[in-house]
Design a protein around this ligand. Structure first.
Ligand SMILES: [Zn+2]
Length: 966
């Protein structure tokens, strides 16, 4: 699964900034995991569960999540490889659907009841081996299958008839109705959501084959992991014939009562899937538009699906998608020496998606924000290509060979995240020019660096005691730090050996489950580097939390051949004190270029390196070429040198590393945001790399948005805004610089804190002649962003007609779902006190069935820094309700509530107190909330340091700045 790597302005400022600073992802989460035992059945021990809140209960006696202990218990009951599902769905238009499940399996232990997971609306009936179970025992998550009906001598069959609503939070079978009235469904089952789609034994090591049938409106197309064998007009007799082969007669009759007017339905029968974990079963249905790949003979068939309303935009992207898909598939086939294992590769673009994409074999779902409606900067296409290559990699790592339990999710994601970059670096994409991959990889690393410097950090591999923890482990450590560590391993081993070892691993465990040690064993066979051992690597990098920082100390005036460079290594956080061996390169800069030397730093506080000082080096950069995962500090002399000579450093990646080191100093509260802004504004006009410009603009958004006290944001924002305008004016009309122009233009709104900037953007929107930007196209996306800005700006409270007029203009231009979302945000932004009270009621109403993505828009408008003066009354309320929200609503809704409505205040000390207090009242079993609280506390404390630094260092801090409420 890929987290959407998108800097979004649809979320609250806080979230946007977290994304900017982490340079990835919108998930705010952490995890604790455990290295599991080998997959050999006899070797499995029930893990000790010291942190398990339901330790003393039956593992299936609670209804929030599945515990690892419960999963192990169930795995022991069932014969491996014996499970298969037949799932027959009746998918109607509207809000709900129903279905039948026939679950076949062999039991090796019937001394205990068996449980089937289902978090749905209703279990209509349960049959076990033909016996109807009258006293149905279902606690809202687990359906009990009584042991007395199970037998060990022959195959068992459980039949369940169920009803369910289409999901509104993107977990399970999600339903969305587009503006044109067309309905679209898609399933999202990872991590623990297959049980919200249909009843099943929802854990990754109970792999099974599955065959879907679906009855659905004639206008709909249905897509699944396998091709449809059959599609025809629904015929009661024929469908009955098909499904009574495996369901009791009375169940089939009962299900058929569910429908009327059968002429308007089609009946689809799909081929049986390969042996898959439940989280990879996929079904998509609705009036999807499609286009097939016209490949060459021997190519795997590919089809792209998207909403009808997006087809025009898709036509401009399809060749790119087909090309990256085909070339990445071929690359992995060659690199691993193992063929792609599935019959087709569909790319389905779906709406209201929580993720970037999901690797359902043969039926990959992508967030349809990737269907760009206008030209985007090259970095956006590169991220998209990376997402395609990432999901493709999972077809080997994850889909073909599957983790046993969620504690190895990191391996799945780290591997895919690393190898997708490696793949893109080694294939040539012709349809669209991509950005520099090493630079993109480093940007992604920032996400891991950020999370690894929080007190909530954790080892890459740790304990996952239950599926609620699993839901929360899709974070920067799992993806980005893990990927960096994988890259390191490939550097240590060499690409060819690494690829061969992986190929052997896939061949051995294909269609089965594996654990980390299985991969390690295969890597070991090809591993012969004298400087590292694999067990050391695993223990230091995978099993030990925290990161290191390294700082050079040297004497610039030492011109001898035996000059000494001392490298200090420290833990980034004292709570995680481990030091590590780092294989790095050191860049030594002189006025005419640079030299690099290799070094292996020992896991000690001081390492001394000897170098030839006769060239008169002026600066030092550690971890040159970015091989290790380590925070690099600059010494004073080098900082001074780079701040004056950065433009002379030729290599983009090297400049990227230097920029990052400077930004880290701002994050750490060592350099104030004003100094950083001014440095960048002097530097960026000479910066030739658009990738770097893109990152630095995000860093600037972060530096101003979250590292600058509120009352100074206007001034700093205006400095950047003026810089952007000046740059735009300078390059407008130069077709060669179109990518840069798009980048600069799309950043304008983010820095428009000052009223004069907002006015200027309104003029641009309206095409005023005297506007500096008049030569530059104001696109639909730009215009929507400006409309929201105008609704947020207090100054425009005085001009409601102008607001309305701009909004109406946009509604005439754009009748898509983007318009619905923008309208919701605008309404919330301009809401008066009474309307705000009504909005709050909507947010906390447990009966509210709105889509989470839509309600998030209202929340983003409601809790917006630009409306600072109206926020205060709801801060107390937030703390009053938050525990209850997590207790009564889905995790996805609750996290959205927390992220979007988290108090925005200047009084950080009081906020810290309130969070500390909340922390003590969060019940033990609300793991997700606990994680959210810890992480926000960490962020606020860091912010306090940044503000202190600002007050001590910024020139602005000494000036009188009027309080304002833009
Ligand atoms: Zn993934």
């Amino acid at each position: 699964m890929q987290i959407l790597k998108k800097f979004t302005n649809t979320k609250s400022t806080k979230i946007g900034l977290i994304v900017a600073l982490g340079l990835s992802g919108i998930a705010l989460s952490y995890h604790f995991y455990d290295k599991n035992n080998r997959c050999c059945r006899s070797a499995i021990q029930t893990p000790s569960l010291p942190q398990n809140p339901i330790e003393n209960q039956n593992e299936f006696g609670q209804n929030r999540f599945l515990t690892q202990a419960g999963a192990i218990q169930r795995w022991r009951q069932i014969k491996e490889g014996s499970i298969s599902y037949k799932v027959d769905l009746l998918l109607k238009r509207g809000e709900s659907y129903s279905g039948l499940v026939a679950l076949d399996f062999e039991v090796i232990d019937n001394s205990k009841d068996l449980y089937v997971d289902f978090k749905g609306s209703k279990v209509v009936s349960l049959y076990v081996n033909g016996n109807k179970i009258n006293d149905l025992d279902w606690n809202g998550l687990f359906i009990r299958v009584p042991k007395e009906f199970l037998n060990t001598s022959q195959k068992n069959r459980v039949n369940i008839q169920f009803d369910q609503n289409y999901a509104k939070d993107g977990c399970g079978l999600h339903g969305f109705i587009d503006k044109d009235g067309k309905q679209y469904l898609y399933s999202q089952c990872e991590s623990y959501f297959t049980n919200r789609f249909f009843p099943c034994m929802d854990q990754p090591d109970l792999k099974a084959k599955l065959r879907f049938t679906a009855v659905c409106p004639k206008e709909w197309v249905v897509i699944s992991n396998e091709n449809a064998d059959q599609k025809e007009q629904f015929n009661v007799a024929q469908a009955t014939n098909t499904i009574t082969a495996y369901h009791p007669q009375e169940v089939v009759q009962s299900q058929l009562q569910n429908f009327e007017n059968s002429d308007s339905y089609n009946f689809w029968v799909f081929g049986e899937t390969m042996t898959l974990p439940t989280y990879l079963f996929a079904l998509v249905a609705g009036e999807y538009w499609s286009i097939k790949f016209q490949g060459e003979e021997g190519d795997t068939p590919q089809t792209i699906y998207c909403r009808e309303s997006l087809k025009e935009h898709m036509m401009g992207l399809k060749d790119f998608i087909f090309e990256v898909t085909k070339k990445s598939m071929k690359f992995y086939e060659n690199f691993f020496g193992v063929k792609y294992q599935f019959n087709k590769y569909d790319s389905v673009f779906v709406n209201e998606y929580n993720w970037g994409a999901m690797e359902n074999p043969g039926c990959v779902t992508f967030n349809d924000v990737y269907v760009f409606k206008e030209k985007k900067p090259a970095t956006s296409y590169t991220q998209f290509a990376n997402t395609i290559a990432h999901e493709m990699a999972h077809h080997w790592f994850g889909d073909f060979v599957t983790m046993k339990w969620w504690n190895d999710l990191w391996l799945n994601e780290s591997y895919a995240d690393f190898i997708s970059h490696f793949c893109l670096q080694n294939i040539q994409i012709e349809s669209i020019k991509l950005s520099s991959i090493p630079v993109m990889f480093n940007q992604r690393k920032g996400w891991g660096y950020r999370e690894d410097q929080m007190l909530t950090t954790h080892p890459i591999a740790g304990e996952v005691i239950n599926t609620e923890v699993a839901e929360n482990i899709f974070d920067g450590i799992t993806y980005s730090k893990g990927a960096s560590v994988m890259k390191q391993l490939l550097c240590i081993m060499g690409a060819a050996k690494f690829g061969e070892a992986c190929g052997n691993y896939f061949r051995k465990f294909g269609w089965k489950n594996a654990v980390l040690q299985d991969l390690i064993d295969h890597l070991q066979e090809k591993f012969d580097n004298p400087e590292f051992t694999l067990s050391y690597w695993k223990q230091q990098w995978i099993e030990t939390a925290g990161m290191n920082e390294i700082e050079p100390q040297w004497d610039q005036t030492d011109r001898t051949h035996q000059a000494k460079l001392t490298i200090f290594q420290r833990p980034a956080l004292s709570q995680f004190p481990a030091l590590r061996i780092h294989k790095i390169k050191i860049g030594l800069f002189h006025d005419n270029g640079l030299d690099s030397i290799d070094a292996v730093l020992q896991a000690t506080e001081e390492n001394v390196i000897t170098y030839d000082g006769s060239k008169g080096y002026r600066a030092v950069l550690l971890n040159f070429e970015d091989q290790s995962f380590v925070k690099v500090l600059l010494d004073q002399e080098s900082t001074k040198y780079f701040s004056q000579n950065l433009h002379a450093v030729q290599d983009i990646l090297t400049r990227t590393l230097i920029y990052r080191a400077l930004f880290d100093s701002v994050r750490d509260g060592k350099i104030c945001s004003e100094e950083y802004v001014d440095f960048l504004l002097a530097q960026l006009p000479r910066e030739t790399s658009d990738e770097i410009l893109n990152t630095q603009l995000m860093f600037l958004q972060g530096a101003i948005g979250s590292m600058t006290p509120r009352k100074f944001k206007k001034i700093l924002g205006k400095r950047v805004f003026s810089f952007l305008i000046a740059e735009l004016v300078k390059i407008s009309g130069d077709a060669q610089l179109e990518n840069r122009l798009i980048l600069l233009r799309n950043n304008l709104v983010a820095f428009a804190y000052d009223n004069s900037c907002v006015d200027e953007l309104v003029d641009w929107f309206q095409g005023q002649n005297n506007n500096q930007l008049q030569q530059i196209e104001c696109t639909k996306d730009n215009k929507w962003a400006i409309v929201k800005l105008v609704y947020g700006s207090k100054k425009y409270d005085e001009q409601p007609e102008l607001r309305e007029q701009l909004l109406q203009k946009m509604l005439e231009l754009d009748n898509s779902d983007a318009a619905t979302r923008a309208q919701l945000k605008c309404q919330a932004l301009k809401a008066n006190e009474q309307e705000r009270a009504a909005l709050w009621q909507r947010f906390v109403d447990p009966e509210n069935k709105e889509s989470v993505k839509l309600i998030a828009e209202s929340m983003a408008g409601f809790n917006n820094e630009r409306r600072y003066l109206s926020l205060e009354p709801y801060q107390e309320k937030f703390f009053e309700v938050i525990v209850q929200i997590f207790q009564t609503r889905s995790n996805d809704f609750s996290k959205t509530f927390f992220d979007y409505l988290f108090p925005i205040t200047d009084d950080l000390a009081s906020l810290c107190n309130k969070i500390e207090k909340l922390r003590t009242t969060v019940p033990e079993n609300l793991i997700t909330l606990k994680m959210q609280v810890d992480k926000s506390l960490d962020s606020i404390k860091r912010q306090v340091k940044q503000f202190e630094c600002f007050c001590n260092q910024a020139k602005l801090a000494t000036q009188q700045v009027l309080e304002n409420d833009v």
